[in-house]
Design a protein around this ligand. Structure first.
Ligand code: ZN
Ligand code: ZN
Length: 372
């Protein structure tokens, strides 16, 4: 099979690899599409955050079960599945508490072991979700894993219908968070420097969008008449964090989604007096967030504005990783189909869209540090 293998920083090669065989508790998946993520670009461009090269990249994939290990009883060849990508042990204290994303030995397909930018991948059956009956095209289902990251961040925030929220940074994960947040019934203000992203945020259900080049966050909030209880800081920039800290009202919750690389000077004293809650969020909880992500994908017919193009494996570096590294990529998400020789348009239009009643299923609160 062909596979996109990260060998070292800046060294990605599409090469022949043997088709892997599943262990007793694993399944072999024939990849339909695999999304490329900002964290893939980070590993390619800067390296040594998560990935342990040489490794096949790709943690956002959907495909068809080709074979199952001897102990797998609940999945059968032919089933269409999405994968959570994060592997947890099931035994440690966080796992037993249902916080599998905080597993003490958490590993991710596509970083620590071979992922889905290939013809086939093996994955533990425990992190594979059968979507055969979801009624959604596989190109749409290729968005399930990043949507689960957003679902988890929104769940962590406690955001509910009737509340207002702010999303700072509407690329990649930010666009999915804007959608997941708006899907709770909250009014969402999206703040970004890119007009294309702001337009997309409005199509994804944002109540308002304002350009950070022309206004500060506080006046933008005032202008829209919103009273945000929740702020998602997704940009990871010190400027984005400063805008949020300046705008957060007493009692607000700040969800740090983007990873702050520097050491921001936090005015902790003012947090005390404003009773600001700071919440981390990392990855997703497979059992809770992947099914909800798939359900949310079914509430919108056409995701072409989020992921409009599907490229072959050979184009991963030029069409996905390098534009993501350069920033300002017009595509929120680029999908890869390992079985095509040239780029094609994504096929999203579902036969029938799912129920419009949208509410995150209830889950206990959680805490942790960010990434995916
Ligand atoms: Zn990702
Ligand atoms: Zn564990």
């Amino acid at each position: 099979m062909r596979a996109a293998v990260l060998h070292a920083i800046g060294d990605l090669r599409v090469e022949d690899r043997p088709i892997p065989s599943p262990a007793p508790d694993e399944v072999l998946i024939r990849i339909a599409v695999c999304g490329v993520c900002g964290s893939d670009a980070t590993e390619f461009g800067r390296g040594k955050v998560l990935a342990e090269p040489p490794v096949v990249l790709g943690h956002e994939f959907v495909g068809t079960i080709e074979a199952v290990g001897s102990e797998v009883t609940d999945l059968a060849p032919g089933a269409t599945v999405v994968c959570g990508a994060g592997v947890s042990c099931g035994d440690c204290a966080p796992c037993r508490a249902g916080r599998t994303n905080l597993c003490r030995t958490y590993r991710t397909l596509g970083f620590h072991r071979d992922g889905g930018l290939a013809g086939f991948v093996v994955a533990p059956a425990a992190i594979v979700y059968d979507v055969s009956d979801a009624g959604l095209p596989t190109d749409t289902l290729g968005l399930a894993q990043p949507m689960a990251i957003a679902v988890h961040a929104v769940r962590r925030s406690g955001l509910a219908a009737g509340q207002d929220a702010v999303v700072v940074g509407a690329g990649g994960i930010g666009a999915f968070i804007a959608f997941a947040a708006a899907s709770t019934g909250a009014r969402v203000l999206v703040f970004d420097r890119n007009d294309d992203r702001l337009d997309l945020a409005l199509r994804l259900g944002a109540f308002a969008a304002r350009n950070a080049r022309t206004t500060g966050l506080s006046p933008a909030i005032e202008d829209t008449g919103l009273e945000p209880e929740v702020f998602f800081e997704v940009s990871g920039s010190s400027e984005g964090l400063a805008q949020v800290l300046g705008a957060a009202r007493p009692g607000a919750t700040l969800v740090t989604v983007g990873i702050q690389r520097g050491e921001p000077a936090l005015p902790l004293g003012s947090f005390t007096l404003r009773e600001i809650t700071i919440v981390g969020t990392v990855a997703h909880v497979f059992r809770d967030d992947i099914p909800e992500a798939v359900r949310l994908l079914g509430t919108r017919d056409d995701w072409s504005d989020v992921a409009g193009t599907v490229v072959p494996l050979e184009d991963v570096e030029a069409a996905a990783l390098r534009p993501l590294l350069a920033g300002g990529s017009r595509q929120i998400k680029t999908l890869v189909d390992p079985w095509i020789g040239s780029a094609r348009r994504a096929r999203h239009l579902a036969a029938g869209s799912a129920s419009p009643s949208i509410a995150l299923s209830t889950s206990t609160a959680e805490a942790g540090p960010p990434a995916d």
